[in-house]
Design a protein around this ligand. Sequence first.
Ligand code: EPU
Length: 417
Amino acid sequence: MKQMVIEGNNILTGDIHIGGAKNSAVALIPASILANGTSTIKNVPNISDRDALIDILKILNCDVDLEESTLKIDTTNLKNTLIDEEHSKKLRASYYFMGALLGREKYVEIYIPGGCNIGARPIDIHIDGFKALGATVTTEGNKYILKADKLIGTDIYLRFQSVGATINLMFASVLAEGKTIIHNAAKEAEIENIADYLISMGANITGAGTDEITIVGVNKLHGGEITVLPDRIEAGTYIILGALVGKNLCIKSIIPKHLEALTSKLKDMASDITINEDNIVISKVDNLKPTNIKTLVYPGFPTDIGQPMSVLLTQANGTSLFEETIWENRMGHVPSLNKMGANITVKGMSSMIIGPSKLHGDEVVATDLRGGAALVLAGLTATGTTVINDVEHILRGYENIEEKLAQVGAKIEIKEI
Ligand code: EPU
């Protein structure tokens, strides 16, 4: 087990470089098996979800070569074997092998995916879409078996703009016969990045990034190449950190347009923020205004930045209301924040945050990835020492977090206990 120890209340200054987006990389890696041959993914973040997916590629007999942040995947000798429970349970994104293997092999055996405990996380929208394309889906205990003689393009309407279902259905339809239209598709920036990768392999996809994506099936895909776009959630987390304890903290290598829902809120709160072409500079101010936040699908306020943002709301001058609309269980960090001196009352998927609170260090536990990141921000803001247990959750999605924060002046250490 890993534990993080933070000595808080230091002003942080300097540059933080943002890596490739976790939620794009975790789909791009499985997408590689749709191609015959070798594909290259650049700017892959150094996170444990990456390693879990590489392990699954190896189970499928792919050759994988990782050099710094460049991943080369050769699928020439792919063997379509069962993806066992131990490996599929390690992360949510293992379910992208459903769409990718169904698309290429027309047969998949895989156990149900894992991932953060932030809600029920059903996959019915994915399954309904696979069935609409002509697959039969059966379950044996926790195992899914998906098969099809052939997949035939069709119109698919998603009852919710699900990120995962949109991506999985792109995977299942790129090699199908004829035209598929995904209606009410998710519009997250990552979806365009993933479509661009498939297009580089020879796929015919238009409309990615809008709510209607059209895919015309092709017979075969060849090796492709893509650069993972910058991680807007990692960037957002560190921008909030700058508002908490920064002095000209510069968050670099980002696409500010992808962060507008956050930066417009920070401006409403009267933060000291400067938005440049590919970086954002932010400093702490004393009189932050409270605000109300409701998470929404892209381009709304991202659910994945909600937990880190709640820490900033504890420092605003007055009462803020926070409403989560995507996941039913994204308040796991609140008991820890309250233990550290915050004044947050949770009611269902909403919370009321009364600030400003003087946060003090304590021993707390990361219950999930973004909740864990929120505790890191709280620890860096608090006086005294904060000990965060179960840091593995955080390492799933934040690359080199210890080094990146130490470089701007944080006193932070990850220990094996
Ligand atoms: N949903 C269903 N049925 C489905 C699929 C989704 O009811 O078949 C519901 C979910 O229960 C949830 C909502 O639809 O209430 C949104 O789910 P979505 O499918 O959009 O989420 P996801 O693809 O499972 C990805 C990210 C999440 C991020 C969400 C929303 C990955 C691996 N995960 O999840 O990221 O919160 O989109 O933007 O890409 C994180 O990074 O911390 C994280 C949880």
